[in-house]
Each structure stands twice: as C-alpha cells, then as structure tokens.
Design a protein. Structure first.
Length: 121
C-alpha cells in the first residue's frame, strides 16, 4: 500500500529533526511521502521498523511513493527498479541504493533529519 499525503515538516528544535506523522498513522507495510524543505522524503514501515530515504528514484527522478511496497521491497512504477525497504540497497539493479536519512520516533511521532543537514556527532 502506498500513500500520497504530503504534510509540511515542522521544525522541532536543535538538530534539524522535523515532525512528519503520528507513528500509528503509518501502518506496517506502508510507505508515505513528505516534503521536508525542498526535499521529498519517503518513509516506510516494514516489520515494525521505520526508515526514511530520498523519495525520488535515482534512475529517472520518479516519485517512489507512486510505486509499490511489497514483501519489504520498494518498486518504482516507471522502470521497476527495486530497493530493500530496510536498507535502501538496490535489489534490481544491485549496483544502486537509496540515500537514507536519520529517522526516529519521539513521543509517538515519526521525525526525520535530512542526512545532508545532519550534524556529525
């Protein structure tokens, strides 16, 4: 199941993490797309684990949320490129990957911090 909602991320303070959605609103086996600043971020939930990636397929810049999430694999609708939803590693083809972002759940809210903006700790 894929979603298409795009609520704006709201700053939550130092560290550039932004609130995206209540964790219980993203069901297991579901993916959703969010605008964070100028970036489209894809958030997936598989086996209770939440991950965040660039929301655009590296092949031809298609929004990944328009594709499918099935059996832990995100499939782009355009040319069926596939990515492991928990690691971002390419499944087909294997020589590519999705850029991941920091994600956490705080007080029941999924938050993300863009990797390009993440502070080194």
């Amino acid at each position: 199941m894929s979603g298409s909602g795009r609520p704006r991320g709201c700053p939550v303070g130092e560290g550039d993490f932004v609130d995206l959605v209540e964790a219980d609103e993203l069901w297991d086996g579901e993916m959703e797309s969010f605008d964070v600043g100028d970036e489209e971020v894809l958030v997936v939930k598989v086996d209770g684990e939440v991950r965040a990636y660039d929301g655009i397929c590296p092949h031809q810049s298609i929004s990944l949320v328009e594709g499918e999430l099935e059996n832990g694999v995100v499939t782009c609708r355009a040319h069926e490129w596939q990515f492991d939803a928990l690691t971002g590693d390419g499944v087909n083809p294997t020589d590519t990957c999705l850029k991941s972002h920091d994600v956490r759940v705080v007080d029941g809210v999924i938050q993300v911090r863009l990797r390009s903006h993440a502070a080194t700790a």
